[in-house]
Design a protein around this ligand. Structure first.
Ligand SMILES: NC(=O)c1ccc[n+]([C@@H]2O[C@H](COP(=O)([O-])OP(=O)(O)OC[C@H]3O[C@@H](n4cnc5c(N)ncnc54)[C@H](OP(=O)(O)O)[C@@H]3O)[C@@H](O)[C@H]2O)c1
Length: 335
């Protein structure tokens, strides 16, 4: 199998991680087309030792492409994903543009791979980064005991907001070191030494990100009855989202049962060290790695039969690039 692959948004933090992931996993491609906005004309990126020129993403750029990996924001996906699909490519899209479309499967391979097999529009959506790691950890529990209510609080890294956000965090750190004033432009407030909710407003006092977690979790797990109570926050971490998750099911579950379930589930590393300061999955260790790390799995002391856990993963890898490449592998390499 040898495929023509295009990356739309190749110069972004997710796009660059896609390039790296395809190279690391030795994805069987014959040629790679790197696409971005006109701002990136003249940029070259290296793949397997070869310098590739970035081209402008236009509808014509998809001729002959088998797999188009999109990570260039929702408006670019709305505009160009149908053109790529019409040209015969299978589109795997990282943006929010198509996720809640009934004719677009929203896929995490460990959870609902079957739905990816015949995408009616030729488009498959990659979920939001915080939802991916959450459902990888929740799906085995849902299968065993049917989820009733989850409460999730996120501690999300700056790279989740793209390359400009990472740059701003570094510049802010530098300004603090130089005792200079700093005016944030990407974040709505100082992020360094702070915790900030920085997503657009959704409805009913919730952010758009919180509503995505509710809707996407239910769509991927195929169960609209699950009550999902999210709070999303940005922390001054570069890469690696963390989540505190409280889980109640339709029957009592215990920490021991959940540890056993998750130990035997794909894509998960269970950290079952006893509580001690610092003895838990940390975003800094997750950066650059594939698994979803789950630790601090413990019985809830106030709600008998419920558990609490701490879920960490690299938002650029499992939360974006890796999940998309895994979908492509399942469709084209392992079919
Ligand atoms: N970061 C994460 O953790 C994460 C996780 C899951 C999903 N996502 C989603 O992935 C997408 C990309 O996010 P990112 O974090 O990688 O952002 P980013 O670092 O800001 O990169 C954005 C990319 O999109 C390209 N782009 C922007 N406008 C374009 C246009 N009109 N035509 C073609 N290309 C265009 C940019 O090209 P130029 O360099 O030429 O401007 C750049 O390559 C977003 O939809 C985001 O929601 C991100």
């Amino acid at each position: 199998m040898s495929l023509v692959v295009a990356i739309v948004g190749a110069t972004g933090v997710v796009g660059r991680e896609m390039l790296h992931t395809l190279e690391q996993r030795d994805f069987p491609l014959t040629s790679l087309r790197l696409l971005a906005s006109p701002r990136s004309v003249g940029t070259s990126l290296t793949f397997k030792g070869e310098a590739l020129q970035v081209q402008v993403a236009t509808p014509e750029a998809f001729k002959g492409v088998d797999v188009a990996l999109f990570s260039a924001g929702a408006s670019t996906s709305r505009e160009l994903a149908p053109a790529a699909a019409a040209a015969g490519a299978v589109v795997i899209d990282n943006s929010s543009a198509w996720r809640m479309d009934d004719d677009v499967p929203l896929v995490v391979p460990e959870v609902n791979l079957e739905s990816a097999k015949k995408p009616p529009k030729g488009i498959i959506a990659n979920p939001n980064c915080s939802t991916i790691q959450l459902v990888v950890a929740l799906a085995p529990i849902h299968r065993a005991a049917k989820l009733r209510h989850i409460v999730v609080t996120t501690f999300q890294a700056s790279s989740g907001k793209g390359k400009a956000a990472v740059e701003e965090l570094h510049n802010h750190l530098q300004a603090i070191a130089n005792k200079q004033p700093f005016e944030p432009k990407v974040f709505p407030a100082h992020l360094m030494m702070n915790v900030v909710s920085d997503w657009k407003a959704g409805n009913d006092g919730y952010s758009e990100e919180e509503l995505k977690i509710i809707n996407e979790t239910r769509k991927i797990l195929g169960d609209n009855s699950i009550a999902v109570s999210p709070t999303t926050m940005r922390v001054p971490v570069v890469t690696g989202h963390s989540e505190s998750v409280h889980v109640q099911c339709h029957r009592p579950i215990s920490a021991d049962e959940v540890k056993e379930l998750l130990r035997n589930s794909p894509g998960i590393v269970v950290d079952d060290r006893d509580y001690a300061p610092g003895a838990h999955p940390q975003p800094i260790d997750s950066a650059g790695t594939d698994p979803v790390f789950v630790g601090r799995i413990r019985n809830d002391l106030g709600v008998p039969g419920a558990i609490n856990m701490w879920v960490v993963a690299d938002n650029l890898r499992k939360g974006a690039a890796l999940n998309a490449v895994q979908i492509a592998e399942e469709l084209f390499v392992r079919r």
